[in-house]
Structures are given as C-alpha cells and as structure tokens.
Write a protein that binds this ligand. Structure first.
Ligand code: 5AD
Ligand code: SF4
Length: 478
C-alpha cells in the first residue's frame, strides 16, 4: 500500500511537470514516503533527513517532503526534529503534494494532514490521481483501507483507521479504465480482503437502506439464497469474479486475506475465475497456538493448515506464501519449534520473515517483561530462514522442465544482460533475452531450466502464445 502511495506521489509530481532525477544529489524535490508497520522507521527517517539537510545546505533551492503513516503520526515532531523539511503530508493528502511544495516555497514549511473522519467518500480513495507505475502492464488497485482487527503487534488500525471499502462498481470501473489503458494485470489491495464490503453493507443497513438494491454497491451475483439485503456470498468473492471478467485483464492478484476469514467462497472464486493467479498469500505469523492467541489472530495452526489445504485442493498448482514474525513477546523455544513444524508442513513457496519490532501504542509493545533477547531472536530467525529456503527450493525444483507463462518485467536488476519475468504463481524467472529483446508487459512461454530458493531460470519458447486459462500447460518433453 505504501509503494502504491509512492507511485501516486510520483504521478502527481510528474503531472505537475517534474521529471525523475538520477539520484538524491541531483534532485530538486525529495519525498520520503514512510511506513511505520515494521522496523524503526522513525530512526531511519531522522537519519535520512540529516543526510538530506547537508545536501540542502549545498543546494538551498532543494525541497524535502515527508509523507506516509509516520508523517501522519508524528506530524509536528518531524518539522521540529528535521529542520529543512518543507512539507509534511498525511496519507490522505497525497494528491496535494505538488501544491503544498509550491506553498512551502513561498511561505515556509507546511504540515497538512486530513483526518479520515472529515473526508468525503470520494477523498478516501483517490483513484483519480495520476500514478507513475513502475511497470506499465501491472497496477495496484486499493479496494479497502484501514483494519478492524486488533493483532497485538500491529500498528495499522492505529494509523490507517477503521476498515473502509471502495464501492464495488468503482473498483470494477477503475480496473476497466486501467485495462483500456493497456494494463493486463491488477493486484487488489486491502488489509483483510475477505471482509471487503462489510462496512458498506453495515452502513447502509444502519440507515434503513437495502444493500441489495444499491446498484453502486452490488456485485453481479448479489441475489443469493440469503434473501434481499442478506448476502449469501461475501462481496470479495464476487469482486474477484467481476475484476477477472474485465476485458483485457489477464492476471488478477490480491493481498492479503486473513486466515481466520478465508471463506470457501473466495477459494471457489479463485478456482473458477480464469484470470485469478494461482497464488495465495496467507500470513501465518506464528505456528504456536499459544502465541497466535496472545497475538489475537483468531485461528489455530491446525485451522490455518486446514484452510490452506482446502485452497490447494481447489486451485490446481497453487503457490502459497506467508508472513512470519519471530520473537513475539513471550515466544518460547517450544513455540518457535511449533512455528518451524508448521512452516515445514505448509511447504511454502516463499515467506517474508520479520523480527518482532515493538510498535509504540500497540498492545504487545507494553509487554516489555516478556520481550525475547535479541541474540535468541537472531538465532531463531536464521533457523527459520533455513526451513523456508529448503521448502522454497523444493517447490521450485519441482517446476524444472515445465512450461510457464511469464510476463516480461524488463532487464534483471542484478544483471542487465538477463531478462526478468514473472509467472502466474508470482515467481521471478531469469532468462537470456532473445535477439532484439522483449518489451516489458509481453506475455511469453518459457521452459524452466533451473531453480533457486528465490527465483527460477528459464529459456524462451514462444512469445504471447500461451492463453490465460487454468488448465495446466503440459510438461515439456525431455
Ligand atoms: N513487528 C514485526 N513484524 C510485523 N508485521 C506487522 N507488524 C509487525 C511488527 N510489529 C508484519 C506481519 C504482517 C506484515 C505486513 O508485517 O507479519 O503480516
Ligand atoms: Fe494488522 Fe492484523 Fe489488521 Fe493485518 S489484520 S493489518 S496484522 S491488525
């Protein structure tokens, strides 16, 4: 979500006539878009600001802006602790970045943070803002902001507020517009996509309106056995189907479902909608039931594994990835062993692993007496990586010899002589470019020739020859 905000900030500035600089030292405007979900974003921010201040002393015309949820949270402190900052803007003020920079150039530093409660519906989801997308063919689409859960480690509910969903018709309209502009892949963004739409229907019912008769809200499969106004099917499952049906959209991704709410309907919609990619990101956080309970996650390891198995059974060739936190307060060696066991059983395709970091104001941050020693955490973190990499490599090795559809992303970041693409399962494939290269956004078929824990290698078979459908592409002979 933070990356998507960065794309909007860049888009708004570009629409105002700015062009990307070659680096910070040459830039007239530097925007730091902060995220306070993990790590010490604040320490990093003040470090960066110190560096920028010395650049600014040499080039006084340079302007510095700080955006994102840390800016939202620490507002005036940033101006105080970061002399040289021209603009501090909140997560809802992205569209105003260019004009705020102009105001600051004329009359000194400005802080502008709009509180969610004061916003009109349309201002919550600024989909009309220009976006400077890193990849031309792929776009993020925010379907929901905020979160109504209360995981003990997480600062999102505090900084992003209550769950708010973008109306169904608006999401589909946005995707159709993106498709008309050449986008073929979308990733639907929300903190808990399975509760997508719950706030809309609740709000309508509270004022005596029937959600089923609201065209702007209703999905195509609205009328279910539950009767008028009572959905038999969660709106997210319909949204997957509707977005997948938009002409020109070949790949639909989403992130993330909460394991406690992963409904069979969502899995069915994934299986039934050809464009929805065979990838499920299902955050585990811990494999210990004791730790899961103290995190308030609302599921047990067994329940999690059951849901994952149901998804794997329904969606052929499904890749599953996850998020895991190591060293949550009170995590014992036995708890951690259970995480290792679940991770081994889940056989993930990849996992984002995080060291627990206390977020000020969250429930777990107050449990100082049960913080885990940093050496212990470092040791567990390294052990977890070994298990994750082992299963990722095994999953990747099983793909060697297969044909895969990729979409080309461009030259590899590490080696510009190598082309990078992405499979439907969200795996990076490196391949030697054909003579004349291949444009980013091109769909192609490759044979997988080798596997590593974090990527595949392949060789080009044909360009744009593979249809978008669920049936598995046959294994290459030999
Ligand atoms: N410490 C470590 N990791 C965290 N995450 C969220 N909050 C914290 C925290 N305080 C991780 C979770 C989540 C992912 C987006 O970030 O694993 O799923
Ligand atoms: Fe944070 Fe939990 Fe909400 Fe995810 S579901 S954003 S981890 S509170």
């Amino acid at each position: 979500m933070n990356e998507h905000d960065s794309e909007r900030i860049a888009g708004v500035l570009e629409a105002d006539g700015l062009v990307p600089a070659n680096g910070v030292a040459e830039a007239d405007v530097v925007v730091l878009n902060t995220c306070c979900i993990r790590e010490n974003a604040d320490n990093k921010l003040y470090g960066h600001l110190g560096h920028l201040r010395s650049l600014k002393q040499a080039r006084p015309g340079m302007q510095i802006a700080v955006a994102g949820c840390l800016a939202q949270k620490d507002r005036d402190l940033i101006v105080e602790r970061g002399p040289g900052v021209d603009v501090v803007l909140g997560t809802h003020n992205v569209g105003r970045v260019a004009s705020l920079l102009r105001v600051a150039a004329e009359s000194g530093p400005v802080v502008e943070i709009w509180e969610e409660a004061a916003l009109e519906e349309g201002e919550l989801f600024p989909s009309a803002l220009p976006v400077r997308r890193e990849l031309g063919h792929a776009a993020w689409v925010t379907i929901q902001i905020g979160c109504d859960n209360s995981c003990a480690f997480c600062i999102v509910p505090a900084v992003r507020g209550a769950e708010r969903s973008k109306p169904f018709g608006e999401v589909v309209g946005e995707v159709s517009q993106l498709a008309a502009g050449g986008v073929t892949e979308v990733c639907l963004l929300g903190q808990n996509v399975n509760s997508y739409g719950r706030d809309l229907t609740t709000a309508l019912r509270s004022v005596g309106r029937d959600p089923a008769s609201e065209e702007w809200l209703a999905g195509p499969a609205w009328s279910g056995p539950g009767g008028a106004g009572r959905r038999a099917r969660p709106l997210f499952a319909d949204l997957l189907a509707a977005v997948g049906a938009v002409a020109g959209i070949r790949r639909v991704r989403y992130t993330s479902p909460h394991p406690k709410d992963l409904r069979p309907e969502t899995i069915e919609a994934m299986a039934a909608t050809a464009a929805v990619c065979e990838h499920l990101h299902l955050p585990l956080q811990s494999g210990s039931d004791r730790v899961l309970a103290s995190m308030h996650r609302g599921y047990t390891a067994a329940r999690y594994l059951e849901r994952m198995a149901a998804a794997r059974a329904a969606v052929a060739d499904l890749a599953v990835t996850t998020d895991i936190i190591v060293g949550f307060p009170g995590e014992t060696e036995d708890d951690f062993d259970q995480t290792l066991a679940v991770v081994a059983e889940a056989a993930y395709d990849s996992a984002y692993t995080f060291i627990y970091s206390p977020r000020p104001g969250t429930e777990a941050a107050a449990r100082e007496a049960s913080f885990v020693a940093s050496e212990t955490v470092a040791d567990r973190f390294a052990r977890l990586k070994v298990v994750v990499d082992r299963s990722a490599l095994a999953r990747h090795r099983a793909r060697v010899g297969r044909l895969e559809e990729i979409v080309v992303e461009g030259p590899s970041k590490r080696d510009p002589g190598v082309l990078s693409g992405r499979t439907r399962q969200n795996k990076v494939v490196h391949l030697p470019p054909p003579p004349g290269g291949l444009r980013a956004g091109t769909y192609a078929t490759v044979t997988v020739t080798a596997a590593a824990p974090h990527h595949l290698s392949g060789s080009l078979v044909s360009v744009d020859a593979s249809p978008t459908h669920k049936t598995r592409i046959p294994v290459a002979s030999g």
